[in-house]
Design a protein around this ligand. Structure first.
Ligand SMILES: C[S@@+](CC[C@H](N)C(=O)[O-])C[C@H]1O[C@@H](n2cnc3c(N)ncnc32)[C@H](O)[C@@H]1O
Length: 315
């Protein structure tokens, strides 16, 4: 799929063998059967305007029936490639187990960096993407910062490291792109010009923080201690959500005692919360309703929250 830079238009494309198995392009011009098509072959299938999610089931279900069913079939076919502003990342949940593919949050983050002056600049030499998953955000920084010499991509999930390596290393190789499995809360003392982090942000009582969406430990630590890992004039760019407003504010207060100079909201997007293991857990939902989750039937979704992309700068 491709998403326009302003996030207002999403195009769904069939790629490679999907042209054979889903679009029926299975005979060549001489009438011979084609069983396989290369990944480089692509065909446009549908567009969705103003999508609220990258898998906007409600919007897809409004397409005319054949298009709707084709798009659903494409969504069930992997790998899935997400392309945004000239940068793409592919992901296959059968290979990249429990890896978070690029989502609306990921693209809102990229859009916030793209539209904020002074973030993706020529003087950015080193960067780290903490909780990188598919590697998309790190790859975006690498693509935009022409003088970047060192990009670290880290995650707790070893399959995320494999996915990030596949997506990002071909762009600049191992000299520049370093992927490793490490806890972002236990970084060494190394400093960077940019720390980017789109961490889990859904609080849960007694969370064990072992999956891509739950827990706020990494988010809290990045706000409080992120300043330790940035060079002079460096910055931390971080996603938060209205679901963890209180925790975020406490962390910011704590960070101000440790050299945090300013916090700017560089991007906002109101999005549905659509994570089945959360929504099917009544106790968790009721906890979140007290924490800031909004219950409102809108655009086919029942629960909403606002993500904010923050820029943290230091003394
Ligand atoms: C919501 S996903 C975001 C993925 C990616 N940054 C993006 O925007 O598409 C959060 C990622 O953070 C990783 N993660 C969670 N806690 C972590 C920690 N303490 N250290 C490193 N990675 C962590 C998860 O494994 C997951 O891949």
């Amino acid at each position: 799929m491709k998403v326009s830079p302003d996030l207002k238009r999403q195009e769904i494309w069939a790629e490679g063998n999907e042209l054979v198995t889903i679009l029926g392009r299975n005979v060549d011009e001489n009438g011979r059967r084609i069983h396989k098509r290369p990944y480089s072959e692509k065909e446009f299938v549908a567009e969705i305007m103003e999508p609220v999610l990258l898998t906007d089931i409600h919007a897809i279900s409004q397409l005319e029936p054949t298009k709707r069913d084709t798009v659903f079939a494409l969504y069930g076919s992997y790998p899935r490639t997400v392309e945004y502003d000239g940068v793409s990342a592919a992901w296959d949940p059968k290979v990249h187990i429990d890896v978070w593919g690029p989502s609306v949050d990921t693209l809102a983050f990229a859009n916030a960096m793209r539209t904020t002056e002074g973030v993706l600049t020529e003087d950015v030499i080193s960067a780290i993407d903490i909780g990188t998953a598919s590697g998309f955000l790190g790859k975006y920084v690498l693509h935009k910062c022409k003088n970047l010499q060192e990009l670290h991509l880290i995650d707790l999930n070893p399959y995320a490291i494999k996915c990030a390596e596949e997506n990002v290393k071909p762009l600049r190789g191992s000299q520049v792109v370093k992927c490793y499995e490490v806890d972002g809360r236990k970084l060494s003392g190394k400093k960077f010009d940019r720390i980017i982090c789109s961490p889990p942000y859904v609080p849960r009582p007694k969370s064990i923080e072992d999956n891509p969406y739950e827990g706020v430990g990494l988010l809290y630590d990045m706000i409080v201690y992120g300043g330790r890992y940035v060079n002079r004039n460096g910055m931390v760019i971080l996603t938060t959500s209205s679901l963890c407003e209180k925790i975020k504010n406490e962390a910011i207060e704590e960070a101000r005692t440790k050299g945090l100079k300013s916090v700017d909201v560089i991007g906002r997007k109101r999005v549905p919360l659509k994570v089945n293991p959360i929504l099917n857990n009544k106790e968790w939902v009721s906890y979140l309703l007290n924490a800031g989750l909004e219950k409102q039937n809108e655009n086919g979704y029942e629960f909403w929250h606002e993500i904010n992309i923050l820029k943290l700068s230091y003394e």
